[in-house]
Design a protein around this ligand. Structure first.
Ligand code: HEM
Length: 402
């Protein structure tokens, strides 16, 4: 019998892969006591679960205790009201309505128009690293790049970006399932309310003075009144801002750590810069920013002979699927030139990551520029500090030097 482990224990936060291999081999549909959820680890099972309409993405209630005390009820109602309009937590028909309007801004063609902007931001950040020589890669490169890009795209003034970092950290311990202690949900509510207040005021401003940004476009749609309510526009902006930088920042910092640990692969990238987009796919597969997605069973069902009950949680373990030896040859080897089979880092099905073209472009430009312009940049010796969360994978800090 495979041991029942808590994914927040420090060894699994640092390296979940050996345990995930054991789960996949011995009990691929595993009931986890510590997480009160079914855990799927085989590629085929995770892929089918993403596409299974019996598994609902409306999971906000599962972030909260089933029977809150009277004191907690107000906090939980606020969380439910604010996160309930995030498209990623809805099923159809609401989901397709929420996704439709934002979709146009994230097509490959629209995103490609951002290339010069992204290149200029990367250039500026690299110049600062060159000048200072010793920096924290997370706060000086991985975080500001996607945050600046998504803020520009939505229409958030750049000077407000610092405030978002705090709000989104408050939200992430809840959404990604971290420790955060007793005040975790209260902090999340504070962050969500601050985001809501901020976007309500900005939406108001854009309705009076439209600009060339996504918020103005959403504001026009809201005025027509038939597509999105003001609350939904605000929720969509908060989601895009949150999803648009947390995950990409994690891809950039984890990706750089792996380039540093695999000098042979790094050399390959430096010699084949035109293949940077392929390298990004492999970094996403090898150690991507989202470890798993949560779904709720809406009816009793059977998965590989196990009976999953209506109302139970199911964890679709993407990072286990992406290392499944049935699907990928030598899955534990980082091979930037790997000829590619589809990984599940962006999910699949109706919730497939809306921002995937943007994340891919940012990472391609960033890694290419890093290996070309900073060939000597390396991670300083010392301990690596991972974020202790269930569903996301990322570094808290990463000291680097030129
Ligand atoms: C490397 C970076 C990223 C990764 C690994 C990632 C991963 C994911 C995954 C796995 C999902 C599916 C969630 C589910 O099935 O429940 C998702 C959804 C989503 N992502 Fe990303 N994401 C990234 C970057 C971005 C960016 C840059 C944006 C926005 C600009 C973004 C916006 C979204 C949105 C709006 C959804 C919800 C889509 C829906 O429910 O239809 N993501 N992302």
């Amino acid at each position: 019998m495979i041991a029942d482990r808590n994914f927040l224990s420090p060894d699994l936060v640092a390296d979940p892969y050996p345990y995930l291999h054991a789960l996949r081999a011995e009990d691929p549909v595993h009931w986890s006591g510590p997480h009160q959820a079914w855990i799927l680890t085989r590629y085929d099972d995770v892929e089918s679960a993403f596409l299974d309409e019996r598994l609902s993405a409306a999971r906000v209630r599962s972030l909260l205790p089933a029977e809150p005390s009277a004191d907690d009820r107000q906090t939980f109602d606020a969380i439910y009201r604010l996160l309930g309009n995030w498209m990623v937590f809805t099923d159809n028909p609401d989901h397709s309505r929420l996704r439709r309007l934002a979709r146009a801004a994230f097509t490959g063609r629209m995103v490609e128009r951002l290339r010069p902007t992204i290149e200029a931001i990367v250039d500026g950040l690299i110049t600062e690293i060159e000048r200072e020589r010793h920096v924290d890669f997370v706060s000086r490169f991985a975080f500001p790049l996607p945050a600046t890009v998504i803020a520009k795209l939505i229409g958030v003034p750049e000077e407000d970006l610092g405030r978002f970092q705090h709000w989104s950290q408050d939200v992430s311990t809840l959404v990604f399932g971290g420790y955060g202690g007793a005040g975790r949900r209260e902090r999340a509510v504070r962050g969500l309310l601050a985001l809501e207040r901020y976007f309500r005021a900005l939406l108001d401003r854009r309705q009076r003075e439209p600009a060339d940004d996504l918020l103005s476009e959403l504001a026009r749609a809201e005025e027509k009144g038939d597509v999105l309510s003001a609350d939904e526009v605000i929720a969509t902006c908060a989601l895009l801002l949150f999803a648009g930088h947390e995950t990409t920042a994690n891809l950039l910092s984890t990706g750089f750590l792996h380039l540093d640990r695999h000098p042979h692969e790094r050399r390959w990238l430096a010699e084949n810069p035109a293949l940077a987009s392929r390298a990004v796919e492999e970094l996403l597969r090898f150690d991507g920013p989202t470890k798993l997605q949560v779904r709720m069973a809406t009816q009793d069902m059977e998965l590989r002979g196990k009976r999953v009950g209506a109302g139970q949680r199911v964890l679709l373990y993407q990072s286990a699927a992406n290392r499944d030896p049935q699907r990928f040859l030598e899955p534990d080897r980082l091979d930037l030139g790997r000829s590619f089979d589809e990984h599940l880092a962006f999910g699949i099905g109706i919730h497939y990551c809306l921002g995937a073209p943007l994340a891919r472009l940012e990472a391609e430009i960033a890694f290419r520029a890093l290996v070309e312009r900073l060939p000597e940049l390396h991670v300083d010796p010392g301990d690596i500090e991972w974020h202790a969360t269930i569903s996301s994978r990322g570094l808290a800090t990463l000291a680097v030097s030129v």
